[in-house]
Ligand binder design. Structure first.
Ligand code: ATP
Ligand code: MG
Length: 479
């Protein structure tokens, strides 16, 4: 990797805006011309490792088809960034000067999505190639362009009183599109016209230094879109990039702005953060940088609770083991369910709420049901857990109680329950160092391994024990 970068950084010398102009002369639509003092790096094909064989065939098809129809088209974002880093991209994004309607007229398999900014999704079975029209950016990019003696007047994206983008559906040029992107390493463009990689924002230099840097003024960029805070943390953890000082500094203070983001978008972002194979690292970074409170206020409160250090410590261990397990499952391509992780993350808040309701006189069962609704409602306000997942979370919690009832009928019913496996896994994780819970989870582990005759024998014994008045396990709310 290092040598690869060395070679392409040596070669880039002399590659200037004029190269882009040369490039543009080959395209049927001429891209905006960069002024000579505008720092542009163009890497020729032999100076970088982005190869068509590393790009999905469908993305390549989209790039060529747009060019053939007379439009510019570039691979951009994670697709280029990850290949340059020697990683396999998760998906491929394309940028073009064609408007969404023009894109739609080129592809039969195209669906236009988005209200604020229309994007085209080109559908190839399960693969979706996202095609976005070049967009003009924020004020920061404007001033940056002017600092670079760009005098061209552009329509600006609009922000509200908090600086948040309320309109960024202004089409722009390739250069404007580069400056409206979030991080320098995300603004690298690859073209199949001459296989060059184009960089306006010094993203190649940052990639080489393994640095994640916001384009423009970080405070302004976070205010425009606070989700960039989550993207900074997620991408730095996923790609092992260190967040540049000025990009990192405002995060703690500005993370409250996440409250202005819709809970549906935060649900999407949480899934990306927690279900992409780097959950443990990302969760700990969110906590360390003071962001977790804006997403999981109840959980953060329990983790910070000074009432019982042992309680918050064991809750933290519980979360950590769930995150590590999730990462391991993803590494071996096993399925993961966000409901399971959320049921762990919200377990201590649930216990706290249950205890309060029992104190008020509710039965353990009723307290559990009511507490589950309360905790989930507060969480959904911030992170919009869809109904089917919140029902699953509630089931996993309710089954924790049922797992303690070792009676024939109950055990046999439970084994058939669609959420049994998740509830049992939850119990095993929750047991941690707790002797009683460990005993219970071991019972279930061993029981599942028995044949039906052996199961029958065991169940008649536990039924007799129960009849003989052996103290029935009570519902425990402590991990
Ligand atoms: P990955 O797909 O690996 O998670 P990515 O960087 O490709 O990472 P996407 O969500 O696919 O992330 O976005 C594609 C590109 O769109 C980004 O690389 C970036 O250039 C731009 N982008 C995405 N979100 C934002 C944002 N909030 N602000 C500015 N630009 C953004
Ligand atoms: Mg992407």
């Amino acid at each position: 990797m290092a040598s690869l970068f060395k070679s392409f950084f040596k070669r880039k010398k002399g590659a200037k805006a004029s190269d882009v102009n040369k490039l543009s002369s080959k395209t049927s639509k001429v891209p905006e011309i960069a002024k000579p003092d505008f720092e542009t790096t163009v890497l020729k094909r032999d100076a970088h490792n982005v190869s068509r064989k590393d790009i999905s065939k469908n993305a390549i098809k989209v790039l060529y088809k747009l060019n053939d129809a007379g439009y510019q088209s570039y691979l951009v974002g994670g697709g280029v960034r990850d290949i340059l880093l020697g990683l396999k991209p998760k998906d491929f994004d394309v940028a073009t000067d064609a408007t969404p309607e023009q894109i739609k007229s080129v592809f039969r398999n195209c669906r236009l999505i988005g209200r604020r900014f229309r994007l085209a999704h080109i559908l190839f079975g399960r693969e979706v190639i996202e095609v976005a029209t070049f967009r003009a950016g924020h004020e920061g990019s404007q001033s940056e362009l002017q600092n670079n003696k760009q005098t061209r007047k552009t329509a600006k994206a609009l922000t509200d009183d908090d600086g948040m983008l309320v309109r960024d559906n202004v089409y722009g040029t390739l250069i404007e599109d580069a400056f409206r992107r979030d991080f320098t390493v995300n603004a690298l463009y690859y073209t199949v016209q001459d296989f060059t990689v184009i960089d306006y924002t010094k993203g190649l230099k940052d990639l080489k230094a393994k640095t994640l840097r916001l384009i423009g003024d970080p405070v302004e960029r976070y205010k425009e879109d606070p989700v960039r805070i989550l993207r900074a943390i997620r991408l730095s953890c996923k790609l092992n990039l260190s967040i540049e000082k000025k990009t990192l500094e405002p995060i703690r203070e500005l993370s409250v702005l996440l409250e202005n983001i819709s809970n549906a978008r935060l649900w999407e972002e949480c899934n990306k953060m927690l279900l992409s194979g780097h959950a443990e690292k990302t969760w700990n970074a969110l906590y360390k940088e003071g962001v977790s409170n804006s997403l999981f206020s109840q959980t953060t409160h329990c983790l910070k609770s000074h009432d019982s250090k042992t309680k918050s410590k064991s809750f933290n261990l519980f979360i950590q083991s769930a995150l590590i397990n999730t990462d391991k499952r993803i590494a071996i391509k096993k399925s993961v369910n966000p409901a399971f992780l959320f049921s762990v993350i919200l377990w201590a808040p649930l216990e706290e709420c249950v205890a309060k309701l029992i104190e008020k006189g509710l039965s353990p069962y009723d307290a559990n049901q009511k507490a589950a609704d309360q905790v989930l409602n507060i969480q959904r306000d911030r992170v919009g857990i869809p109904k089917r997942f919140s029902s699953m979370i509630k089931e996993i919690w309710t089954l924790q109680y049922r797992l303690t009832i070792l009676k024939r009928k109950s055990v046999l019913h439970l084994l058939e329950h669609p959420r049994f496996r998740a509830a049992y896994d939850f119990l095993c994780l929750r047991a941690g160092e707790n002797k009683e819970l460990k005993e219970l989870s071991n019972w279930w582990t061993e029981f599942q391994e028995l044949n039906s005759q052996e199961k029958d024998n065991i169940l008649s014994k536990v039924s007799v024990q129960n009849k003989n008045g052996r103290k029935k396990r009570k519902f425990k709310t402590k991990a």
